[in-house]
Write a protein that binds this ligand. Structure first.
Ligand code: SF4
Length: 703
């Protein structure tokens, strides 16, 4: 944030620059010198090179930056642009009160691709409450005219509206007024306050109530415009990144450069005490890397370790992050407190989560860490498994919604939900549901009718259902394949739980391996198992099935001896094996959690490696289904990095197994890949934590 002008033409009484504790603006030059900006650019360029950044964000700010005038502003922008490395893109914004905005400024901004954000507190009444000239005149008409100029003449520059909340304003009038300006985004900002200088309020959660009223309208309107506060809560509630500095645990990447070239912390901290944002550094003597070591700057980059003990124990910490750093201040304890808006933030976040029906499959941080560190605890894998059941159920329900009522749904409705859920949990049901949703016009393959029959049989019911015959057979998942030659349809009859299929000439029942008392389904019948990277094998002969049992017994014993803690987690995660053809190799499918494809190797040791490696891939797929480890917004996010993460995570278990045998292997390759992933810049904060946890495990083994 580059302070290019330190005075303002308005005198808003809620302004944190002039109206709060810090009065350092009085000693600063009015305008930033072009030479200072050149030095700013050199420092940003130096930082971009040292950190390998291909993009930097800068905001021209004040005071009121337009008071510089177009000529000085043009010179400052050119100085900034020319100081950056050629391969580093500049994402340049300006935040203005808008009253001076005219075509000259807009042409200048268009020439340099500067995006314009405007402060507006809502309708005329709301805006006039604070945003006035020193003599009390309203600024509303001029600001509205500036927004109209942007909206109609320079829509490519219009980046959004920033609204400071006053709970005395009517929330719906404020929202409607903001939306009427057609902004590309809206920021709803809590007024600046600390525990020593608390916000105006009548009740404990006034701000939550005010924001929730807007949220409900915004949701009912179909979310017509991004509202960063709401989008950030939704994103973090679903494991994604925070989208605003004032919420979430993302490390702060904001620094301020004052008009005299001094580096300061986020200027909202000005509300705490006089001199609060100072760092004692400046662009002439210090690099940005040096400023980053300043205690105040570093404190805002420590994620959960940087918030108070109360916040660390808070269930909405991922979304809240303890609120804006400045709002935590209290004389005596400094910033080691929850936000002065704590009750509001908690209430608002829970309201948003309730209204958008965020699935309650939250992965607690400790569970995620245990998965990242290696095989994961049983509790953590149970959470993943529950999440997968939920996803399957949601997808199958979506198929029902798409296809409409049918006799099979009628039958399923009569079965106890827990049994239906269990029947739906077969890994390849998700493959089926995804296929149906993608290709609703394809002819019915009878899977749903088959599932309804299996559910009715498990419930001990009596029923009959017409089921399509495909490739001369009816396949009932987890029961078997019934050969029904020369038919397009048949009747499946269930009598007190017993299944008979009309005109069936043969039945091939599914088989289970007994691995240490855990029944492992050998899936060699399901027509949908054919999704692995290798051709799937046909039905195993009895002799082959016997050999599989012997091999799995030996492999299970080996795992239990060498890595006993893997046995319970394998038992939770692995329900199905699919025999595949070719060289000994494993394979897992993202849509079939719980199942791995195996080409049986000649020795149990290799079978252990296949099972452990593929189960790891499966677990990571389950994590990625629930949490966002990769940042969609980064240009560097790539399929290659994701593939590397899958490979490295699989190798974590393989390495663990190998290192425990005599003369264990080195782990250089796995560690190197982890470094590449961390350097890719494509991870979210959660993603970084995950990969750093992997790194911690590898480092511990190295040591
Ligand atoms: S809601 Fe309160 S306790 Fe929870 S993280 Fe936010 S500020 Fe901290």
């Amino acid at each position: 944030m580059l302070k290019v002008h330190s005075r303002c033409d308005l005198a808003c009484d809620h302004c944190y620059v002039y109206e709060h504790a810090d009065q350092s603006w009085r000693g600063k030059p009015v305008t930033m010198a072009v030479e200072t900006m050149a030095q700013v650019a050199a420092r940003i360029g130096e930082h971009a090179r040292s950190q390998g950044l291909d993009r930097v964000h800068a905001v021209l700010h004040g005071g009121e930056p337009l008071l510089c005038g177009p000529e000085r502003l043009s010179a400052l922008i050119r100085a900034l642009e020319s100081g950056l490395p050629g391969d580093c893109e500049l994402d340049l914004h300006i935040h203005t009160n808008g009253v001076l905005l005219d075509r000259r400024f807009c042409e200048l901004f268009r020439a340099h691709g500067v995006k314009v954000g405007i402060s507006l507190d809502g309708d005329r009444a709301a805006n006039d409450r604070h945003r006035r000239y020193r003599d009390g005149r309203s600024s509303f008409d001029k600001v509205a005219r500036a927004i109209e100029l942007l909206r109609t003449g320079y829509p490519d520059l219009y980046s959004g509206l920033l609204c400071t909340i006053d709970i005395r304003n009517d929330p719906i009038a404020v929202y409607d007024a903001l939306v009427s300006h057609d902004p590309p985004a809206i920021d709803l900002l809590l007024p600046h306050a600390t525990w020593d200088d608390p916000p105006f309020r009548a009740g404990e959660t006034d701000y939550a109530d005010w924001l929730a009223t807007i949220f409900d309208k915004w949701l009912a309107d179909g979310r017509p415009v991004p509202v960063r506060t709401f989008d950030s809560i939704i994103s973090t509630s679903q494991g994604g990144p925070a989208l605003t500095e004032s919420l979430g645990l993302e490390p702060s990447d904001l620094l301020v450069v004052e008009t005299d070239g001094t580096f300061e912390q986020a200027d909202s901290i000005k509300i705490a005490f006089d001199g609060a944002p100072e760092t004692g550094t400046d662009v002439f003597r210090h690099s940005i890397d040096q400023v980053a070591e300043h205690e105040g700057v570093a404190a805002r980059r420590r994620g959960r370790d940087g918030v108070s003990a109360t916040c660390r124990a808070c269930p909405v910490l991922e979304s809240c992050g303890g609120g804006l750093f400045a709002h935590r201040y209290r004389a005596g304890s400094g910033f080691d407190n929850p936000s002065v808006f704590c009750a509001d933030l908690k209430e608002l976040i829970e309201h948003v989560q309730r209204r958008i029906s965020v699935p309650r499959h939250i992965v607690p941080h400790a569970a995620l860490r245990s998965i990242a560190a290696g095989q994961g605890t049983v509790e953590a894998l149970t959470i993943l498994q529950r999440g997968q059941r939920s996803i399957r159920r949601a997808l199958i329900t979506a198929v029902r919604d798409q296809a409409g009522p049918s006799p099979e749904w009628d039958l399923l409705r009569r079965v106890e939900p827990a049994i239906v859920d269990d029947v739906f949990s077969h890994p390849y049901n998700r493959v089926w549901a995804v296929g149906r949703l993608r290709h609703p016009d394809r002819r019915d393959d009878g899977r749903l009718a088959a599932l309804a029959c299996v559910a009715a049989a498990r419930a001990g019911m009596s029923a009959a259902l017409r089921v399509p015959v495909r490739d001369g057979a009816v396949f009932l998942p987890t029961v078997g394949r019934y050969e029904v030659p020369d038919a397009v349809e048949t009747t499946v009859e269930i009598r007190s739980g017993e299944v008979t299929v009309e005109r069936a000439t043969a039945v091939r029942r599914v088989r289970f391996l007994d691995v240490g008392g855990h029944p492992l389904l050998v899936e060699d019948l399901d027509p949908l198992r054919d999704r692995h990277r290798r051709p799937v094998a046909g039905r195993l002969t009895d002799e082959q099935a016997g050999h599989w049992q012997v091999m799995f017994d030996a492999a299970w014993d080996l795992i239990a001896t060498r890595c006993p803690e893997y046995v319970p987690t394998l038992t939770v995660a692995l329900s199905t094996v699919v025999p595949v053809e070719g060289e000994p190799m494993g394979s897992s499918v993202r849509d079939a959690f719980g199942s791995v494809g195996v080409a049986l190797p000649p020795d149990p040791e290799t079978l252990c490696l296949l099972l452990l490696g593929e189960t790891q891939r499966m677990k990571l797929g389950g994590v990625l289904d629930m949490l966002q480890l990769f940042d969609d917004r980064t240009s560097t996010a790539s399929a290659d990095t994701e593939r590397l993460l899958f490979d490295s995570y699989a190798r974590l278990a393989i390495t663990d197994f190998r290192r425990r045998r005599p003369g264990g292997q080195t782990i250089t390759e796995a560690a190197t890949d982890v470094d590449v992933i961390l350097a890719s810049g494509s991870l979210t904060r959660l993603g970084r934590e995950f990969v750093e946890e992997m790194r911690g495990t590898l480092d511990a083994w190295s040591a």
